[in-house]
Design a protein around this ligand. Structure first.
Ligand SMILES: [Zn+2]
Length: 117
């Protein structure tokens, strides 16, 4: 994945949920890292903007793997191990688990790398 410099707010550059009209750009910058309205995501815009793409990609991969583990734990909790067996409600909860866990893990990982100010 690459740093999301969309022309308009589409996806949050940190958690990938819907972006709002908030973001980070350096003074006189031409690109913006859009964010959602989560205060932690807002505070991490600068960190992501200046993070080397390779580092961000690595953090995203770790976060996605951890989100997958959490979604797997959900499947275990309901005793289903094939996605084809899920009801529509279970499928939506599975997807939300991946999405929300990814965002939580990204925020936690990036906070640990953010400059302390
Ligand atoms: Zn966000």
């Amino acid at each position: 994945m690459t740093i999301p410099f969309d022309d308009e707010p589409v996806c949050c550059g940190i958690c990938r949920r819907q972006a709002v009209g908030l973001g980070y750009t350096p003074k006189f910058g031409k690109r913006i890292v859009w964010t959602c309205d989560d205060p932690t995501c807002l505070s991490l815009g600068k960190t992501v903007f200046h993070m080397p793409a390779k580092n961000l990609t690595q953090q995203e991969a770790f976060s996605l793997s951890e989100a997958g583990e959490e979604a797997g734990a959900y499947l275990e909790s309901i005793g289903k191990f094939s996605l084809a067996e899920l009801t529509e409600e279970e499928w939506i909860r599975f997807l939300k688990t991946v999405l929300n866990a990814f965002g939580d893990r990204m925020r936690a990982r990036l906070l640990s790398q953010a400059a302390p100010f």
